[in-house]
Write a protein that binds this ligand. Structure first.
Ligand SMILES: [Ca+2]
Ligand SMILES: [Ca+2]
Ligand SMILES: [Ca+2]
Ligand SMILES: [Ca+2]
Length: 834
């Protein structure tokens, strides 16, 4: 039961450790050298160096000298206070500072990859700037180092000269043949070249004289061979969940038939794999699934009828051509997030990448080619900030993708002023802007999900149905959404001719999403069965207000159907009193630091912020509370004591709290209950609460039962059964005592030594016991006495004493045992007095 508390502690420690590690990484480390300002010249400096075990490295300029300590370690996360203070104790030492090795990135040494095909990779860098700004991201120092990507496809040529260097067997598997080797099956027509081509786009090696380069040319790349065989739900689920603590990004360029008439998505296991991926993958930050939006443009397919790309868990990518046109194969839908380049018309260039049989190609095409470019850019962003969650990554895309020169007639300004299109989502990905924003991104709060049943009764759909309803977006509840991410409209709709339908969803701020455009090939009469149409177009909007669903028949005059379900699901962020501390808690930063110490560590925050992990936070994290902390400023041989506002840990008894005291809890660890503002341990509560059977009686009488305890406690029946052994024990105890007392009295009478006082004394345990037993049954706080009195007597008949111990009363504290023993001893003494 204490697991939750332990986990909280562990979590806090990990946060602390990671924060320390991060700050160390960003702030550098302490070296064993000191810069010292000494009056009195070089001789004096040398003398002081010798005295304090420093190697004298000479004069820097003026009275400043360079010392190196003989004993202090070369690299350390914290400064050596002792040496520092001793050095300062010398009167000639005016100033001294332990030197920190700072992180410095070399400037202007970045040079373009020398690979022969790099100049033809127009989408990575183009002199006319119609590119993905990848070169600038490289120049910022990000090339995918430390990031692991896998391509879910028809295999990967792991020994390709441009892939071998970055190939990662731990990010690879052959689901089709159930072996670890995802090498593609070679055929005359090279059918299985797709995965190898996609892999090269992500992570083909740089400067090796082979082919071109991948977007993230220092990332590790693997492949899952899963399309070269029967693709079942199990095959998909296995692929999507492969090594999710090792693989960061899964790139998939496949889906249901793009025939313009299919409505299909992940089945049970694949759905579960997505959910597990985003909740548990990548240490809980969430696996990132990058998905190609589909190639069914010619069939006028809608990517919203593809449950993989339409899913909120996939980051869906569409294509644009070299000249910024919508390619012929592109599918339009509201779930697409952004766009990268790919092939277009014959006069437009295609994608350069690795090809099967250790070759290089400049003719990779389709949305298949776009998703891996996005996966590469996401790898760069992840290298810039490994703490990004799967949702953070989508936020970054929404904020940095831009319409650029992309041509379409459907650019619209949404409710928060962003241009968004059904062909391009938020536009062209920008690698440079992504990494720049990623570096300083603080994670968005936890995902809220507000589910609203919109229909009260089924609605007939003939030529048009307009349905509007105002929503509060779960305002006042835990799942309140004040800022949108994804929106789903789950519809169950029967219709005689599905392909004739156009469905739109209009947000309170007027953003109009095309959930479904008419599909001429779709003659199905099956309609939609609880299909979750998704839109990303209202991202960051406030969802409160009137939502409108528009269902329109664009052709047939005799079509007919019924809308029987319309569930609006709002995903996003929002604050509610219950998780205020969690959602408003931001990572400590130095932005609102008021005072730094000599080592540039924040020791005091400005008003409104509290000190936490050597940074400042507006709200303390769960498990902490803002309070005054004593600060010892021991600089320059003087000590000043003052108090600063800091995040203090809650009292160990509380899980979350309003203050540091034991009686200032807001919530309790699972092994205890909140009573008023204190957390009482389970057994404390049990001791205070009436024992099972009596509790039952009390409830029957309607007398004082504690509502807090009732709500959390077992049912009366359960209470009775769980307290039954105790009741039996009490009764047997009383019975034994009575018997014992009777025998004792008889003995006394028999020996003729009976007198009133002795009688009372020997009988005392009996009355005492039964009396206590009564109070245990009806009162609060006395079961402890009862326990000790009962345990005290277990020493009498040794035969059942041990059995009694086995009967569940062996969890007594040491002090209680001690009490028991003393009582037992006392009693035996009385006995021996007999
Ligand atoms: Ca194999
Ligand atoms: Ca290369
Ligand atoms: Ca499709
Ligand atoms: Ca998606």
């Amino acid at each position: 039961m204490e697991v939750r508390w332990v986990l909280l502690q562990l979590g806090t420690s990990l946060l602390l450790l990671s924060a320390v590690a991060q700050s160390a990484e960003s702030q550098g480390f302490y070296t064993n050298s000191w810069a010292v300002h000494i009056h009195g010249g070089e001789e004096e400096a040398q003398c002081i160096a010798r005295k304090h075990n420093f190697i004298y490295h000479g004069n820097v300029f003026g009275d400043y000298y360079h010392f190196q300590h003989r004993r202090v370690v070369k690299r350390s996360l914290s400064g050596h206070r002792g040496v520092h203070v001793r050095l300062h104790s010398e009167p000639q030492v005016v100033w001294a500072e332990q030197q920190v090795a700072k992180r410095r990135r070399k400037r202007d040494i970045y040079s373009e990859p020398t690979d022969p095909k790099f100049p033809q990779q127009w989408y990575l860098y183009n002199i006319n700037r119609r590119d993905l700004h990848v070169k600038e991201a490289w120049a910022q120092g990000f090339t995918g180092r430390g990031v692991v990507i896998t391509i879910l496809d028809d295999g990967i040529e792991k020994d390709h000269p441009d892939l071998a260097q970055n190939y990662d067997p731990d990010a690879s598997y052959d689901v089709n043949d159930r072996d670890p080797d995802p090498q593609p099956r070679y055929t005359q027509l090279n059918d299985n070249r797709h995965g190898t081509r996609c892999a090269g786009e992500v992570a083909a090696a740089a400067n090796n004289g082979v082919c071109g380069v991948g977007v993230a040319y220092n990332a590790r790349i693997g492949g899952v061979r899963m399309l070269d065989g029967e693709v079942t739900d199990v095959v998909e689920a296995q692929s999507l969940s492969l090594n999710s603590q090792h693989i960061h990004i899964y790139s998939a360029s496949w889906g249901p038939e793009d025939d313009g008439k299919t409505v299909d998505g992940p089945a049970k296991l694949a759905k579960e794999a997505f959910l597990q991926g985003v909740t548990e993958g990548r240490g809980g930050l969430g696996s990132i699934f990058v998905w190609a939006s589909g190639n069914g443009g010619r069939e006028k397919d809608s990517c919203n009828c593809d449950g993989y790309t339409n899913s909120i868990y996939t980051l869906s990518i569409s294509s644009t051509t070299q000249y910024g046109n919508v390619p012929w194969y592109s599918e339009a839908c509201s779930s697409t997030l952004a766009t990268t380049y790919s092939s277009g018309n014959l006069n437009e260039k295609q994608i350069v990448t690795t090809d099967l049989r250790k070759k290089c190609t400049d003719s990779h095409t389709g949305t298949s080619a776009s998703a891996p470019l996005a996966a590469g850019i996401i790898a760069l962003a992840l290298e810039a900030n490994m703490n990004l969650t799967w949702r953070d990554m989508q936020h970054l895309v929404v904020r940095t993708a831009h319409p650029a020169h992309l041509i379409t007639s459907d650019w619209r300004t949404n409710g928060v002023g962003r241009l968004v299109s059904h062909s391009y989502g938020y536009g062209l990905l920008d690698a440079s802007a992504m990494v720049a924003l990623a570096r300083n991104w603080s994670s968005v709060g936890p995902q809220h999900k507000c589910v609203i049943d919109m229909l009260t009764e089924p609605r007939e759909v003939r030529n048009q149905l307009l349905f509007s309803k105002s929503v509060e977006a779960c305002s006042g509840q835990l799942d309140f959404v004040s800022s949108l991410e994804h929106v789903q409209a789950r519809l169950t709709l029967s219709y005689s001719h599905r392909g004739n339908l156009a469905i739109h969803l209009i947000s309170p701020l007027g953003t109009r999403s095309t959930l479904l455009a008419p599909r001429p090939q779709d003659n199905s009469a099956e309609g939609f069965n609880d299909w979750a149409f998704m839109t990303t177009h209202a991202w960051d909007e406030d969802p409160r207000g009137e939502w409108t669903l528009e269902i329109e028949n664009v052709a047939g005059l005799n079509d007919y159907g019924v809308l029987s379900q319309f569930t609006l699901i709002l995903y996003g962020t929002g604050s509610s009193s219950a998780d205020l501390s969690a959602s408003d808690f931001s990572r400590p930063s130095n932005n609102s630091c008021k005072t730094f110490d000599a080592q540039q560590i924040c020791i005091e925050c400005s008003a409104g912020s509290s000190l936490y992990l050597q940074g400042c936070v507006k709200a303390c994290p769960p498990g902490f509370t803002s309070g005054l902390q004593l600060l010892n400023l021991s600089l320059e041989n003087w000590v000043e004591q003052s108090s600063v506002q800091a995040c203090l840990p809650c009292h160990p008894a509380c899980l979350t709290c309003s203050g540091p005291g034991e009686a200032e809890c807001l919530s309790c660890p699972s092994h205890s209950h909140l009573v008023a503002t204190s957390c009482l341990r389970q057994n404390q509560v049990q001791r205070k609460s009436p024992a099972g059977p009596t509790q039952n009686v009390q409830r029957g009488d309607g007398s004082d039962s504690d509502p807090d305890l009732d709500s959390d406690g077992p049912s009366p029946q359960k209470g009775l059964s769980s307290h039954l052994p105790v009741l039996v024990a009490v009764l047997s105890c009383a019975f034994i005592l009575a018997t014992f007392a009777a025998v004792f009295v008889l003995l006394q009478l028999h020996s003729g030594a009976a007198n009133a006082s002795f009688y009372r004394r020997t009988k005392l345990p009996v009355t005492d016991s039964s009396g206590r037993g009564m109070r245990v049954a009806f009162g609060f706080g006395l079961s402890r006495d009862w326990t000790s009195s009962r345990v005290a007597y277990r020493g009498i008949p040794t035969v059942w004493g041990d059995e009694d111990t086995a009967g569940g009363m062996n969890s007594e504290s040491d002090s209680e045992e001690l009490d028991c023993h003393s009582e037992k001893t006392a009693f035996i003494r009385t006995q021996s007095a007999l």
